[in-house]
Design a protein around this ligand. Structure first.
Ligand code: PLP
Length: 402
């Protein structure tokens, strides 16, 4: 028997460096505080307050009753892939082959993870705008890649400047990650910005990872375009989306990833070995969502729009300058006038007025001075929240004056 090599105790080296490098989600911390309090109005979690529309639930129930309780194809059911192919073609004019260019995933979350794990080698750089959704940085790091942040700022309406993106490119850049409409800012990409980014991707031969989960939740005159529908982008774009937000299906855990066949072939391997297939019941429900859910999507979108106007106008009226979000369901007020940091603001607002929101820093360094408030909660609760925020701001003002 050979003597074991002396090394540090297992507890000190069990977790991989890339896992240790990622902090826990900055969103969850405040949920734990909220969970211990009564009468909390939560503007924290990014999920619809609506239940899944009835006909979609019925489709799920029916699926189970019919005994459709087995694994599906690794790619997802062919019915859902066909319907999704038609859906994306109808909305955006981009056609994916249901046989080998569409993968049904466990939410857009899995799609993001797969896209990066399938394409990043150690040392590869991925350019990412920030502030942006909390899962993007960990997904790159877990994949062994390196994030290169490109800031967006309140002063520029959180617009992503293509020139700044281009300046961040190095010989190690593998791709550009875009999450638009954006969580947490609600910013969207204009056609001109998209065209310029597409031009950069073409010239520098980059992959474009495009998380478009909020594609259906846009407001005013804004019209979403799928990034892969732009000239020359199909071949290099990994398009990701899902049912959670537009169809109020967060708990069903179903989403999608579309990519040209040569990329999808590799991506499917990770899904195949790690997941097998998305839940069969959720896929059957999603089929009804995509084929018959349009009216429900529009009803919910119109209601989010009403709430968006209430919250954004209300925050601006209270002196918290808030950029007008054109997509998703978040407001991202600037709270610097209070003299508090994002963390302090969130901590005090929940302790003193039982309103939960998320510090902007959870989404990247440029989020300092902001907090994220989700308006996928009832109009009445938003009115009440605004009243509480007004009282809170009044108290802060009085404190500063004394
Ligand atoms: C931008 C963005 N992408 C992906 C997700 C994850 O969505 P899913 O429920 O489809 O995994 C979220 C959820 O908040 C999100 O905001």
């Amino acid at each position: 028997m050979t003597e074991p090599t002396p090394r540090a105790p297992l507890a000190e080296r069990a977790l991989a460096q890339r896992v240790l490098a990622v902090p826990p989600s900055g969103i969850r911390r405040f949920f734990d505080i909220a969970a211990t309090m009564q009468n909390v109005i939560s503007l924290g979690v990014g999920e619809p307050d609506f239940d899944t529309p009835r006909e979609i639930i019925e489709a799920g129930v029916e699926s189970l009753r019919e005994g459709r309780t087995h694994y599906t194809s690794n790619y997802g059911t062919i019915e859902l892939r066909r319907a999704l192919s038609d859906h994306l073609f109808r909305l955006y004019g981009v056609r994916y082959n249901p046989a080998n260019e569409i993968l049904i995933t466990v939410g857009a979350s899995e799609a993001v993870d797969l896209a990066l794990r399938a394409t990043c080698d150690p040392g590869d750089e991925v350019i990412l705008h920030e502030p942006s959704y909390v899962a993007y940085v960990p997904a790159v790091v877990f994949a062994g890649g390196t994030v290169v942040h490109v800031p967006t700022r309140f002063e520029d309406d959180f617009a992503l400047d293509p020139a700044v993106v281009e300046a961040a490119i190095t010989p190690k850049t593998k791709g550009l990650f875009l999450g638009y409409p954006a969580n947490p800012t609600g910013a969207v990409l204009t056609d001109a910005q998209q065209d310029a980014l597409a031009d950069i991707a073409r010239r520098h031969d980059l992959i474009v990872y495009s998380d478009e989960i909020y594609d259906r939740l846009v407001y005013g005159d804004y019209r979403h375009r799928a990034f892969s529908s732009l000239p020359g982008m199909f071949e290099r774009t990994i398009l990701m989306g899902g049912f959670s937000k537009a169809y109020a299906m967060t708990g069903w855990r179903v989403g999608w990833l579309c990519a040209p066949a040569h990329l999808l072939e590799g991506i499917v391997k990770i899904h195949q070995y790690g997941i097998m297939s998305a839940p069969s019941v959720a896929q059957d429900a999603a089929l009804v969502a995509i084929t018959g859910g349009e009216a429900a999507v529009e009803t919910m979108r119109a209601e989010y729009d009403r709430r968006r106007r209430l919250l954004v106008d209300g925050l601006n009226r209270l002196g918290l300058a808030t950029f007008e979000p054109l997509g998703a369901f978040y407001a991202f007020p600037n709270i610097t006038s209070t003299g508090l940091t994002s963390d302090e603001f969130v901590e005090r607002l929940i302790q003193e007025e039982a309103v939960a929101c998320v510090p902007g820093t959870a989404f990247g360094p440029s989020g300092e001075g902001h907090v994220r408030m989700c308006y996928a909660t009832s109009y009445e609760k938003l009115e009440e929240a605004l009243g509480r925020i007004e009282r809170f701001l009044g108290r802060l003002k009085a404190e500063r004056a004394s």
